[in-house]
Design a protein around this ligand. Sequence first.
Ligand code: LMR
Length: 396
Amino acid sequence: MFEKLEMAPPDAILGLAAAFNEDPNPDKINLGVGVYMDAHGRTPGLACVQAAEKRLLDAAPVEGYLPIDGAPEYGALVQELVFGAEHPIIAEKCAATSHTPGGTGALRVAADFVKTQFPGAKMWMSDPTWANHGNIFAAAGVETAEYPYYDASAHGLAFEAMAEALKKIPAGDVVLLHGCCHNPSGVDPTNEQWQRLSDICTEAGWLPFFDLAYQGLGTGIEEDAAGVRTFAVPGRDMLVASSFSKNFGLYCQRVGALTVVGAAAEAAKAAQSQIKKCIRANYSNPPAHGGRLVVTVLTDPELRTIWQEDVKGIRDRINAMRELFVETLKAKGVTQDFSFIKDQRGMFSFSGLTKDQVNLLQDNHSIYIVNSGRINVAGMTEDNMDRLCAALAEVL
Ligand code: LMR
């Protein structure tokens, strides 16, 4: 049966990571996959997570399976991070959270939920968006469409075009919004713009669905939740996919969450029961270890403080690299204006590099960039900056 199968193309992001790993060039530079690297180009575990690992070694092991939606303690902590501890949504039990395998798992469960409960609903995604969003919704059989987001000539948000498009999206459809650190552009709405988008949502009646994969990497752990919190008004349904891959460095543990918010507690309960059906038919229940690490860190005041410092360290290093990148390009004689890179937030920036330039960088310099021109700023270091900018000056 398999003889006539065709090879699938490599994944736009993880396929590039595989190509990077195979490249024997000792000076290769990885600006592709969204994984944080430190000043030495390594991806170390966070100190708070390492301390939590040690504590879990001595703790009693998890016995049997976790509940379908994971440990209740984990769900409660996720809700606190997303909405803030004092939020009425939490007090009134209008939210229910499932521990999912990574943010991707949360997106897929949400897609299955939408497909089974609202089969006619269209999923509206920003143009551009994370390369895997389309795959996930297609796999679940959810129809997708795009709304304008990025203004390539201004290197900023195409806010008015976005707002106009969102006004026309009908009630019953779903709008996927990046909570912060938009992937791939690094461009987010301001707090005032979030408010306008929320007002449009009230008027139009579509379901907001936040993908919150980079909380803490933009401006701060609390600040990066501003968009979700602006939308979280009493009486509104919404979905939030969280990921702890980046802000806890738990990439390979696959730790994420899907939170459903209902206008009232009963609605949230019913929605959660349907989500649990989707999970049971998909992976049954979540793996325990990564979630236990997050709970250990967030419930211990000392580890929580270290975590906040760790996340700040990641954010500060990325922002320092943004500055250095722009300066070094100038020093290499590049006249094209790249100053917008300093204004973008999170791991990624849209460099504006063409596919041809991206290919030249890979073939001639072993510099790996996603072919949309998205660069992972966290892959830059003081050591590789000179070589990177010299290569860019050559291909520009
Ligand atoms: C990325 O966008 O590079 C990351 O989210 C990793 C991934 O799974 O694509």
